[in-house]
Design a binder for this molecule. Structure first.
Ligand code: NAD
Length: 491
């Protein structure tokens, strides 16, 4: 299916979704969205003010009562219809993501499949929100617990997975009966705008989902978080911003879900199947141009297999085609913006001046876009900055280890605890190591583990709460306990 880009862009709403209509910002302000492969402006959107943010919360709160009482089956069917519409529009969503974020079209199609699964999964979960029934040990009370929608939510999403990060929050919130104000990332709002329109087309009542894109994130989030009507903030983004939001959330004791940064270790033991390990490394490192919170950030390889692993991995990296993600055959798109390119470049240069050896890559690509070549670094010193920060680019630093204890110590020596990967064929080692790894997610002999049916989330400074799985809907509910005088209490 060939998409006409200008016709597609003309279909994407450019206003703020407040209640039942897309409108201009109250002060008429706008901001531009750029294609990172070309540096061209592809759209201009309304930029929400603080007043607009509050108007969005007004619209949400106006329907919270009715929405919470809408039968779960009805909410489920809206999600299911949304899933079908996103599927029908899959090529449009994929194209929008490639245009505004840069990932190659084939990967963007993969994100549509992954992101859309949250609509299907939570359409199935919406009708399975159960409570408990029991009696107190003393026999004086019967106990019933129910789960109620937590209430109006602020959802803040990052730019790296423009569809999936939105569906992973919006779908469980709809399933649970919450209303919401969604703030997409400034760099990639188009996919979210089109997704919100798609949910309206699927029959989502006006006011349940409001979208306030804008150039100033805090001008939108601060007044909302100061408002007593808001009940929850669900944030996906960097740890420093998450920390700021957690401090702010404390003022009103808001419920929070925090999906923050990562610094994933990718551990290759001497008994690993190296073909699998290299395949896994390509997935864990190169998916999304390395711009993923789950991206392998530190390749920890047993010293006896390091040379062979690096040789094979470098060969695969050299096969990659860097360029505009809209072009056939391109497997590595641009980084999202100039700042991202400068940061990746500085981390590699720093590692090299600390003594790392460039096996392949190590330089910017050509053209107007923010391209960086797939890069493999060997002999990276254990204290190099590149091992401490999220690289967020197609760069793989390799560090060797001597034994299992050394590997575990190295892996855990980070304040992050999101994803980790282990390659080994020894089941007892796999369990022994996974017991000791301080990470919320562990890929065993695979480099890609995200799935709508699995609980996604981190420990340590990677955040709190889980998205997807059975856990994902619970984040949008609060438990109410009814203690009922036991009819036999006085007998
Ligand atoms: P970011 O923290 O800069 O921005 C994320 C979102 O927060 C954007 O919508 C942004 O506009 C908004 N924001 C920024 N400053 C804000 C403020 N002061 N108040 C309120 N909102 C604010 O992150 P990013 O660069 O968009 O995304 C990359 C980061 O996201 C990486 O650290 C990555 O690891 C993380 N991430 C985590 C997960 C996860 O599930 N754990 C998934 C994807 C990305």
């Amino acid at each position: 299916m060939t998409i006409n880009v200008s016709e597609l862009l003309a279909k994407v709403p450019t206003g703020l979704l407040i209640g039942d209509s897309w409108r201009d910002a109250s002060d008429g302000a706008t901001f531009d969205v750029e294609n990172p492969a070309t540096g061209e402006t592809i759209a201009t959107l309304a930029s929400a003010t603080s007043e607009d943010a509050i108007a969005a919360l007004d619209a949400a709160c106006a329907v919270q009562h009715d929405w919470a009482r809408t039968p779960a089956r009805q909410r489920a069917e809206i999600l299911r219809r949304g899933f079908e519409l996103v599927q029908e529009r899959a090529e449009e969503f994929a194209t929008l993501m490639t245009l505004e974020m840069g990932k190659p079209l084939a990967e963007a199609r993969g994100e549509v499949t992954y992101g859309n699964e949250f609509l299907r999964w939570f359409s199935e979960e919406a009708v399975r929100l159960y409570g408990r029934y029991g009696a107190t040990p003393e026999g004086n009370l019967r106990m019933i617990t129910t789960r109620k929608p937590v209430g109006p939510c602020l959802l803040i999403t990052p730019w790296n997975f423009p569809l999936a990060m939105a569906t992973r929050k919006v779908a469980p919130a709809i399933a649970a009966g919450c209303v919401m104000v969604l703030k997409p990332a400034r760099l990639t709002p188009l996919t979210t705008q089109y997704f919100a329109q798609t949910m309206l087309d699927a029959g989502l009542p006006a006011g349940v989902l409001n979208v306030v894109s804008g150039k100033s994130a805090s001008a939108i989030s601060n007044p909302l978080m100061d408002d007593n009507r808001l009940r929850k903030v669900s944030f996906t983004g960097s740890t420093p911003v998450g920390q700021q939001l957690l401090k702010k959330a404390a003022d009103k004791v808001l419920r929070t879900s925090m999906e923050l940064g990562g610094n994933a270790p990718f551990i290759v033991f001497d008994d690993a199947d190296l073909d699998l390990a290299v395949e896994g490394a390509m997935g864990a490192k190169m998916r999304n141009i390395g711009e993923a919170c789950t991206a392998a950030n530190r390749f920890l390889v047993h010293e006896s297999v390091a040379e062979e692993f690096s040789r094979r991995f470098a060969a695969r990296l050299e096969e990659q085609v860097v360029g505009n993600g809209m072009d056939d055959g391109v497997t590595v798109g641009p980084l999202v913006e100039q700042k991202a390119l400068d940061s990746v470049s500085a981390l590699v240069d720093g590692a090299v001046s600390d003594g790392a050896e460039v096996v392949t890559g190590g330089a910017r690509g050509s053209g107007n876009g923010y391209f960086y070549l797939p890069t493999l670094l060997n002999n990276v010193p254990r204290d190099a900055q590149i091992l401490k920060e999220e690289i967020f680019g197609p760069v793989a630093p390799v560090v060797t280890f001597k034994d299992e204890a050394d590997a575990i110590r190295l892996a855990n020596s980070s304040e992050y605890g999101l994803a980790s990967y282990v390659f080994s064929q020894d089941m007892s080692r796999i369990f022994r190591v996974s017991d000791q790894l301080e990470f919320g997610l562990l890929g065993v002999n695979t480099g890609v583990i995200s799935n709508a049916a699995a609980p996604f989330g981190g420990v340590k400074q990677s955040g709190m709460g889980r998205e997807g799985g059975l856990e994902g809907i619970e984040e949008y509910t609060s438990v109410q306990y009814l203690g009922i005088r036991d009819p036999y209490a006085d007998q």
